[in-house]
Design a binder for this molecule. Structure first.
Ligand code: SF4
Length: 368
């Protein structure tokens, strides 16, 4: 069976779940209501990681819609992506980096997804033409790297992935290419069963260094199959990096987050960020951890990590830039721009009154 055949069997409805595990009528109805608005799609592989005996199972929370009241607070574009869009599916927020949305699809739709406005739904925000994007990059030599994301760039078929990599490797001013994918986590079969994909990545990597940016959020996601997919990527000369999202009820326990970081280091995954969960519709009320609490969790995690684990910055991807959440000082929460949309602000430090309810920073709160 090909990886596409496997994905075609994803669990997408309450009935699909009820065929595999026991769910009350009420739970099924709640899932039905939720999936009318935001799709569910879970590969059989990931579904089988869920412990259905535990109503608070963290893997279940990542994949399966909630069965309690559905709250709709939040926004759909949490990072101001529309204001950074220069061509369809092409965002140029930071001087040196261009982000390309290559696919509206993912192997699995994560419940905390910040791109739920289009993931699993439409492709109206997706870049269609690699040559056009390469043309933009050639006109902007200040851009030295590109991130091929989505959705999930590995859900494209091999021909399309090759098309993107061929076009990007021909842009002389690019130093490296990043590809955003969660298939090592949710659907490692995509990598483990496809030597042609590995060959495409290896060939492109001989021209430009490729980095994979993935998202392990819980240590139980790092299974033998997941580890194998990471190893196969590394064997093609790819550097695999991770961006975890700090998620209530999933990894907001220092022991769990610490275990995750250590496990990732043991298979050669390089830490990049621990992101504050964004205020996205249908996710913020359930998954966001207040910043003061997040700081305590991450401080505790760092105490038991070596330098590799501590390399993950606790940060938020904010409309104004990537903001490191540094800590608490005299009743203030301290932040620093790691990367600002306005380059003048990169490195600047600012503080806001500590507030145990605060999970995000409003648009007008930052005074530099
Ligand atoms: S893999 Fe990323 S883009 Fe896709 S649903 Fe999950 S969080 Fe969203």
């Amino acid at each position: 069976m090909s990886w596409k055949d496997s994905l075609a069997k994803n669990i997408t409805t309450a009935d699909d779940i009820a065929k595999r595990v026991s769910l009350s009528d009420e739970e099924q109805e709640k899932i039905r209501q939720y999936t009318e608005k935001y799709p569910m799609s879970v590969p059989e592989y990931y579904f089988n990681l869920i412990n259905w005996d535990d109503p608070d199972d963290p893997i279940r929370k990542i994949a399966i819609p909630r069965t309690d009241a559905f709250k709709q607070d939040g926004v759909l574009d949490t990072s101001g992506e529309s204001s950074n869009t220069v061509l369809q599916g092409v965002q140029h927020k930071y001087r040196a980096t261009v982000l390309v949305l290559t696919s509206p699809a993912c192997a699995m739709v994560c419940r905390h997804c910040f791109r739920k406005r289009f993931v699993g739904k439409e492709d109206t925000e997706i870049a269609q033409n690699p040559a056009e994007v390469a043309g933009y990059l050639k006109e902007h030599p200040e851009v030295n790297n590109v991130l091929l994301s989505g959705g999930d760039s590995f859900i494209l078929d091999n021909e399309k992935i090759k098309g993107w990599l061929d076009a990007m490797t021909q842009v002389d001013t690019l130093d490296f290419i990043r590809m955003g994918t969660r298939v090592p986590v949710s659907f490692p079969e995509r990598i483990n069963s496809d030597p042609e994909l590995l060959e495409i990545l290896k060939k492109a990597g001989e021209k430009k260094q490729i980095y994979i940016v993935t998202q392990f959020d819980h240590p139980r996601e790092l299974t033998e199959e997941a580890g194998k997919s990471v190893k196969l990527l590394q064997e093609q000369g790819i550097v695999v990096k991770n961006q975890t999202v700090l998620l209530k009820g999933i990894n907001d326990d220092p022991a769990v987050m610490g275990d995750l970081l250590r496990k990732m280091s043991s298979v050669g995954i390089v830490q990049h960020y621990i992101f504050q969960c964004r205020p996205v519709v249908g996710a913020m009320n359930y998954f966001q951890v207040p910043l003061t609490q997040g700081i305590k969790i991450i401080d505790e995690v760092y105490k038991n990590q070596n330098g590799l684990g501590k390399a993950a910055d606790y940060a938020m991807s904010h409309p104004t830039g990537k903001i490191k959440i540094l800590g608490e000082l005299d009743g203030k929460t301290v932040f620093q721009y790691k990367q600002a949309k306005n380059p003048e602000n990169t490195g600047k430090v600012f503080m806001l009154d500590s507030d145990d309810e605060r999970c995000w920073i409003g648009p007008d709160e930052i005074k530099l």
